[in-house]
Ligand binder design. Sequence first.
Ligand code: G4P
Length: 531
Amino acid sequence: MSDLKQEINRRRTFAIISHPDAGKTTLTEKFLLYGGAINLAGSVKGKATARHAVSDWMEIEKERGISVTSSVLQFEYGGYCINILDTPGHQDFSEDTYRTLMAADSAVMVIDGSKGVEAQTRKLFKVCVMRRIPIFTFINKMDRDANDTFDLLDEIEKELGIATCPKNWPIGSGKGFKGIYDRDKRCVVIYSDTEKGTKEGEATRIPIEEKQRVEEAIGSEAAEKLLEEIELLDGASAEFDLDEVRGGNLTPVFFGSALTNFGVEIFLRHFLQMTTTPLPRTADCGVVDPVERDFSAFVFKIQANMNKAHRDRVAFMRICSGKFEASMEVKHVQGGRIMRLSQPQQIMASERKILEEAYAGDIIGVFDPGVFSIGDTICSPKETFFYEGIPTFAPEHFARVRQMDTMKRKQFVKGITQIAQEGAIQIFQEYNTGMEEIIVGVVGVLQFDVLRYRLENEYNVDIRLEPLPYEHIRWIANWEDLDMDRMTGTSDMKKVKDMKGNPLLLFVNEWSVGMTVDRNPGLVLTEFSRN
Ligand code: G4P
């Protein structure tokens, strides 16, 4: 196998999705620990920064010049080169969180065993489904009292619409947590609390056939319950089928406790075997093979520098094919220019490392003098093709925005348009009027603060934001075939248009969305906009 092929094939690029507090950070720490990337778990990101208040967030952004939320972690484990993409939560939740998923080949879904499927997981899951990427489930915090295991699986199937296949099975939870049953190896793995940053020890494994030993280890009551559950499970759960997993129709489920470091390495090992090598990507020239084609990448995120003194930005690219070398010339297809990527870097949790080379599957951040846009294609100078664009995701918070000083209209429009072009916010206008009324839509409310801060600091414009009650936005897939003026909706519905003039509808609740579809035969509404 050529070196290039070997390098690409050993890469695994995935995102971790979860609701805040489910244990994503803790799990990531443990992964890094196994990879030897850190010596002691607990240093991925300071808890203080993970839970910062809005004002602190601004300070952090300013100090570092780059978002703390943009971490991409790379580490080695068992011959694999692993790229983990963080999907920020809490107040940091934004459209970037969704876009990050466009760069991943699979997703690890972390669920808190006592909470089940939560709101943010649901949202991120939808994007994974849209991309049909494999999803692996880790049900965490089994050392705490968890919901009934069958109920948890049921919830995932019903709420998320994906079949589940438990690869292991928890034996009790909370104080009664005794370990897991490994269904492939048909043995019981006894729980041991190896907290404090040590690697997962050699856990005791007992074959399920050795009834007496199993009973001694977990107690006869738990053993009896386990046998019953295994029987039920073998009869009821979906058959394991790797093709179904790879197609995003079946999620393998694992149980464990990230904090006490139990079940994590088992999960990591299985996951790495099951997940894919860097996936081919669709472009206008057809499907681009990661190994066969020369270097190519697409921009999935642009991070504006919050530091007023440096107006630079960092463009994050996912390499889709070939090898990247720092000195090479590349073509920025949308800009029609041959260029060298400036200061290519890998962004590790809190530090940046200048890169000499990178391969398909890797993520690089490059200095952007303002030429890149989200979705742009970068490829070898002798080629010209366009990767499929990144969809625009539905904002969930809306506000009417006005500048305080009417004399500053020009700066205001320029600033807000530029910030929208970077993809930090979306702007809309009243359907029948011009730019006088601007409506801003954001995925996470923190983006309102970012907008205010940036307009003040970079464009010297103070604004007033007036929150609007809308929570749902729908693009109209077939608006060209409809008479927009005659369309009837509910009384709370608002017609707006985006920067390109496409009409959209805003709704206060989901019910109104359904009513509007019912009242307008033929109307097709979508939650994403394919650019
Ligand atoms: P997140 O990134 O998904 O937001 O979650 P994070 O890892 O920060 O974990 C959230 C809280 O849950 C933390 O507690 C963490 O220690 C705890 N936790 C994570 N995994 C487990 C687990 O397997 N079992 C138990 N019992 N707890 C777990 P915290 O008190 O909020 O923070 P800290 O003071 O422990 O740092």
